[in-house]
Design a protein around this ligand. Sequence first.
Ligand code: GCU
Length: 682
Amino acid sequence: ANDGYKLWLQYNHIQDKQIRTSYQSNIKRIIPFGNSETIKVALKELELGLNGMLGSKVLSGTKNNIESNSLMFGSESSLNEIVKNQLGNAFNEINDEGFVIKTISIKGKNQIIITGKNDVGVLYGVFKFLRLLQTHQSIENLNIIDAPKIKVRVLNHWDNLDRTVERGYAGFSIWDWHRLPDYIDSRYRDYARANASIGINGTVLNNVNANALILTPQYLEKVEALANVFRPYGIKVYLTTRFSAPIEIGGLETADPYDAEVIAWWKNKVKEIYSKIPDFGGFLVKANSEGQPGPQNYGRNHVDGANMLADALTPFGGVVMWRAFVYSEHDITDRAKQAYSEFVPYDGQFKDNVIIQVKNGAIDFQPREPFHPMFGTMPKTPLMMEFQITQEYLGQSTHTVFLPKLYEEVLQSDTYKKGKGSTVAKIIDGSLDNKVLTGIAGVSNIGNDINWTGNPMLQANWYGFGRLAWNPYLSSEEIADEWLRSTFSNDEKFVKPVKDMLLSSREAVVNYMTPLGLHHIMDTGHHYGPGPWVSDLSRPEWNPVYYHKADSLGVGFDRTPSGSNATAQYAPQVASKFNNLETCPEEDLLWFHHVSWDFKLKNGKTLWDGMALKYQEGVDQVASMISIWEEAKPYVDEERFSDVYMLLNIQHKEAKWWRDACLLYFQEFSQKSLPVGVEKST
Ligand code: GCU
């Protein structure tokens, strides 16, 4: 049994007879309007889902013989007047990708219509409808109107052409470059189904540390084959481009964005791509960051580089996602300040089809980071969010960490850049500064493991990313609920405790790795396990000691005006909250302050005792995750149960490793004994 392969699209037979018969009586026939590839895909999905959940084959019909209680689906242009008249002005409330699901009446009988302005909206509506059944909700008197709030909703695959995956912990890349374009792995379709089911509408196929070869005709053929598979599912393909590609595969001597030959080379390359892939999405670029080439190699800047590519893409409607993940070895006072310093001065200078992709925090995908100070600071430039779904610094695919909790925390953070209520979500969905181009990216955790993500629980992070990309205001609790029901079971005795387990798992990892605002103390290079002592790497800002700055007086990075003054990059209200020891949230304390070991925390404990107890709390939280999972056994198939169980036990062992290693190390500075309640290392 490979239930893990089916992700959240299990479509398990509904055992509850009352629920099942109520669904059956509402769906006697399914009737597609139209026959585009997308409508065909939607029909197939409905058949798969309904046959699975209802256990009987649902008949299909045609739009000319609407008999009793049918489920009809098709885009606006395919609807007849009787149907249209009953939809009121629902179409005015949705955008191009939105949908309407409504119970209407024809010939005195209730009918369900799923529609949208375009077929892809219909497909999203179909997946929403199936989710209602998967989560055992009523389908009587439906009236659902929904549309994505963010335009570009993409996964970033850090996949290399040799199929290794940078920071990937679920096997090798699912892109079988060797056998493409002629061999189409059925997994590509399942990947597209899964993404469409949560509204993801784009995929960047290759690593941000890019290989220029992806732009050669030989590879573009393969990319085209993938784009053809994804198209019916509303998924566009994007590529990461290496800035020096004109040299590496174009035979030019330079990649200077002011050079006429370079400009022409990119224009031709883009033309070539669109001749194969007319709906190609555009480019993602990591330039002048961690050794990647970029415009600065030629004395030019980010604007010069991004705009040159944007110009080439403009005739075809493509976009440039230009990353702000930059830091340099020349200014080492505080890495957290660098992206802001480098980008904010360019506000308003980028072309309309450029969007700046900013990581959620200013360092790098830590278990907890305060929101990136760039959010809200470039009102004339679209900024998109980059979250990491793969768990580079969070126990990789071994540790169960429910990331929607982290995403929600960031999206709900108030930047105050335009006064109270200027949340990150409002910057990302464009509402704060009236942006047309909006986007969100998630660094994928997908590989060719049978269960896709290495650990079945971490499928929830792919799912949750997609759901928040669609609607950044959803709550992590709602997401956990939906995911558990569609993936495992609707039994309350399962859902409730396991939901609590998921929702607490993020704080657990913070507690046993980096409590109270500590960060980047993972062992270096692979970033797995503790390494707060590491201090011998060639670049200072790669060393954990640079981040925690522990000494005999205390611990933490002073980012207030007495230190690096990174807090000045935030709005004054936020800066003053962070600057003041009284008001700085304790969860960010050591991110912003160097604090004495005897500092009194809100609970009356000293910093040292409080820190030690947090490490212990993290260990205890993982122990209770294990007990919850043990109780969940009757509701989960054997394979997924034991996979998760083994992984949780490793997580527990490693949580203790983190606690012991960090406390032993920091104790050298604090010279204090462990408080009561903290277990001794064994
Ligand atoms: C992190 C990660 C790198 C990655 C980089 C990036 O530093 O460790 O592997 O290339 O982020 O986002 O560009």
